[in-house]
Design a protein around this ligand. Structure first.
Ligand code: ADP
Length: 576
């Protein structure tokens, strides 16, 4: 965890944009306190006038008038604080959320393999809410508290210094001890939430496995297991209530002590003539105000902590760096022919992991149809994820049309590569929108043409609303083959010179596979194509087939050549 100062520095830039609003907000928060400060003094005046017999209707009207003006100021200030102050928090939240989402989009597989989606989503929503609450309340609350302390100290010490000092010695002690108990309450609360989570998981486990429980007649065992968690929960609650009792006792006791000090010492000062009776009113009311504020600040400390934790988590996401970076690149890939060279490429996923690719060499010429086959785990998918730079090579280089891909602008590289995968991801929305994802400015005619080329028009037009049919969550309403044809239409629309087909038909039944295969053949025309396939029949027509095993590329050539060699490929082929 970063230090509080470091965390505040993380969000400081977000305040910068709104410094004017923040300044007015702080002034407004200061103005909300004026009526509170003057009320005791107004009452004191009233009492003094009353005691001396000088009280007139004019005096009352005058004092009431002053109070009305002060309260009106407070009302306006409060309106500003509640409305604009909160809005500033929301604006900062919106800015931060935009930044965090933008940054999430730059991160890649490596990050998302290590961080659960749910967890990341919490950061974008809940954590940011905690930060928003923090962003405007923290400056306001601490500012108001400071003003209250300073003003009360000045006013009270003007009335009676020794009594004021006594009170101001007690205040920090109260603040310190109460905060201690309050912290313990917060910890217990957190434990309680965790324990409830564990209990729930246990209940779910036992109930989901109820048949197993019954069949082994192990009900007693389950009940015992549950009871131990249940007792633990009770233990935590006990601790929580003990802390709560401590908190309440301490605050109440200190409140009492302060009032007693004012009553006895104040009474004594009145007796020896160093203090007026009406001053007592000022003291009592100020102390009341201070105690209320101390309680608020203690409560706010929790929110403050939550906000800091939120900032810490925000910071963690924002400082995660994408694996591949192109910020210093200027080279834009244009008029691509599609010549791909792997030159002595080695790669492993992690520093300690085994090498997946070890000094791999091959060249796929412009417009060539290449295929990789071999046992699973040999590194076929790895090869093709290196071409769009989803990962970077450890050594050696990959060149497209002679350019090391690490020198290219990533956008220009990926714009020239089309990928059709086994898992099709369709976004929420209709068919047309999903195809348009391949080229955001495509016209309806272009989309229709792409769908036609992908062999998808027939089934799309049979859908209830044709191209405007809502696809449903992740395309739940479409069959695997239909989804695949939509994803192929997308690539037709993108029209890239390089095409990667990663087990594109593996999960389809024979009938759908045949149809999709037709579409793919159409798509591959005139493009440099790299295919990975399980079923060898789908790659028979390739210009070059590479057989990849743990030893690297052990055979390559056309289907006929490889069959003639009677090697690995021949065995694989005859077995299938
Ligand atoms: P193939 O496509 O030939 O089945 P892969 O390229 O998927 O092989 O995998 C090659 C090796 O790399 C396997 O041992 C696999 O476990 C490992 N591997 C694949 N993806 C990752 C990843 N994201 N992180 C770590 N290891 C991986």
């Amino acid at each position: 965890m970063l230090s509080t100062t470091a965390l505040l520095k993380v969000i400081a830039p977000y305040f910068k944009k709104y410094w004017k609003i923040l300044t007015i907000d702080l002034i407004a928060s200061a103005l909300t306190t004026v009526a509170m400060f003057f009320l005791p003094i107004i009452l004191q005046q009233l009492t003094d006038y009353g005691a001396s017999g000088d009280l007139t209707a004019r005096v009352i009207a005058y004092l009431a008038g002053v109070f009305i003006i002060l309260k009106s100021i407070e009302v306006i200030a409060r309106y500003y604080m509640t409305n604009i102050g909160h809005r500033m928090g929301a604006m900062i939240e919106t800015d931060m959320r935009r930044d965090i989402f933008g940054h999430l989009m730059t991160l890649d597989d490596t990050y998302y393999n290590e961080n659960k989606v749910g967890e990341v989503m919490t950061r974008v929503t809940n954590d940011l809410f905690d930060i928003t609450e923090f962003t405007h309340h923290a400056p306001e609350e601490y500012f108001i508290f400071t003003i209250q302390l300073v003003v009360s100290f000045l006013v009270l010490s003007f009335i009676n210094l020794p009594l004021t000092i006594t009170i101001f010695i007690m205040l920090p002690i109260m603040l310190f001890v109460s905060t201690h108990f309050r912290k313990r309450m917060a910890e217990a609360q957190l434990n309680q939430r965790r324990q409830i989570g564990r209990l729930n998981a246990g209940v779910e486990d036992s109930i989901s496995g109820i048949r197993v429980v019954k069949s082994f007649a192990n009900e007693k065992e389950e009940i015992d297991k549950f009871e131990s968690g249940n007792q633990k929960f009770y233990g935590i609650k006990k601790h929580f209530y003990a802390s709560m009792a401590g908190f309440i006792t301490v605050t109440t006791a200190f409140e009492g002590l302060m009032y007693i000090a004012v009553l006895t010492a104040g009474g004594y000062f009145i007796l020896n003539g160093t203090m007026e009776a009406s001053d007592m009113i000022v003291f009592i009311m100020y102390i009341n105000m201070l105690i209320t504020s101390v309680k608020r600040i203690i409560q706010f400390t929790e929110q403050f902590q939550k906000g800091l934790t939120g900032i810490q988590r925000f910071h963690e996401v924002m400082t995660a760096v994408p694996d591949v970076d192109d910020t210093d690149n200027t080279l834009v890939l244009e008029n691509v022919k599609g010549n791909i060279v792997f030159d002595d490429v080695s790669f492993s996923y992690g520093e300690d992991d085994e090498k997946v690719l070890d000094r791999l060499n091959f060249e796929i010429k412009e417009g060539e149809q290449a295929a990789f086959v071999g046992p699973s785990g040999a590194g076929k998918s790895t090869i093709i994820s290196l071409i769009p730079r989803f990962f970077d090579v450890d050594s050696g280089e990959i060149r497209i049309d002679g350019h090391d891909i690490r020198h290219l602008k990533i956008h220009s590289l990926r714009d020239n590569i089309g990928i059709v995968q086994q898992d099709v991801y369709l976004f929420a929305g209709n068919v047309k929108e999903n195809i348009r994802y391949g080229k955001l400015d495509a016209t309806d005619e272009e989309i229709y043409e792409a769908a036609r080329l992908a062999g998808a028009v027939e089934f799309i037009e049979a859908l209830p609303n044709g191209f405007d049919t809502d696809i449903g969550e992740r395309g739940a309403r479409l069959s695997g083959g239909q989804k695949q044809r939509i994803s192929i239409a997308r690539v037709f629309l993108k029209n890239p010179p390089i095409l990667i087909l990663d087990e594109a038909t593996s999960s389809l039944d024979n009938q759908s596979e045949m149809i999709v295969q037709e579409s793919l053949k159409e798509l591959a025309k005139g493009r440099t194509t790299i295919t990975i396939a399980h079923r060898l029949t789908t790659v028979e027509d390739s210009d070059t087939i590479y057989v990849l095993t743990d030893e690297g590329i052990i055979e390559s050539g056309s289907h006929e050549e490889l069959i003639a060699q009677e090697g690995y490929y021949y065995n694989l082929y005859t077995r299938q």
